[in-house]
Unconditional design. Sequence first.
Length: 123
Amino acid sequence: MPKIKFSRINPRQACDFAKALTRLAKTDRIDAEILSEFGKRLEPLPTVMPDELSRLLHDLVHRRRQLVDMRSMEQMRLKQARAKRLVQSLERTIACLSKQIGSLDGDIDKTCKTLPEFKVRDG
């Protein structure tokens, strides 16, 4: 399958470019023409897609951040909880989230060690 070069640009830049050309109508055809002209005149650098391992690392870190946020919310709820059953429920949830965060830490560490940019040179 042939690789097609593309550039990901800020939509605001494309809109400002269209305004500068006084091409404010919005149709798919006009949008395509404007984007083509934008590319010809400004020659934005091609967007480099991250490899599979880099995407995996990004997803793992993103999920870890979500779990840390959820744990923080549960910890705040725990400070306000009065009923014993509620405290126990919150403590179990916090423990579960902490375990999942720890597991993700291991996955992140393992993934980092396989990426060339994270490998430490000897000597």
